[in-house]
Design a protein around this ligand. Structure first.
Ligand SMILES: [Fe+2]
Length: 137
């Protein structure tokens, strides 16, 4: 699976797209953290994800709610799973698991988040497009 951002992933909402680009960049931040074998570098990746599942997810959910998006519940359910999984990352970090174990867990979760962007978040583009179409010119 490609781990780089491509323009067809744009939803048209600049805040959401900016956050998605940052998420794709997190792959290289994780690679650097693994190479450095520093747990504080791994923790910075976890902190990013903790913010992402709170701030970014609530931005997406607000956009979907405002538009009465038909697939909101399904999308929100995926977010809820990710929120739990990021809390799980924090737990294994705080419990002092090995850097190898933590980085493997982060990589697995990050890959799932990138798939979410490609397959679920892309649906937001239909609302943003609709919103633009309905705005007076
Ligand atoms: Fe999402």
């Amino acid at each position: 699976m490609p781990r780089h951002w491509t323009p067809e992933l744009e939803t048209g909402n600049s805040d959401i797209d900016h956050h998605h680009r940052e998420l794709f960049q997190l792959t290289s931040m994780l690679d650097q953290a693994v190479r450095s074998q520093r747990t504080d570098a791994l923790e910075r990746v976890i902190v990013f994800l903790e913010h992402y599942v709170v701030d970014h997810f609530s931005d997406e959910e607000s956009v979907m709610k405002l538009a009465h998006y038909a697939f909101y519940s399904h999308h929100r359910a995926e977010h809820d799973v990710f929120r739990v999984q990021v809390a799980g990352l924090r737990a294994i970090f705080d419990e002092g698991f090995s850097a190898a174990h933590i980085s493997f867990a982060i990589r697995r979760l990050l890959d799932k988040l990138l798939i979410h962007v490609r397959t679920v978040d892309i649906g937001i583009a239909s609302i943003v497009r609709l919103d633009h179409d309905q705005k007076p010119t």
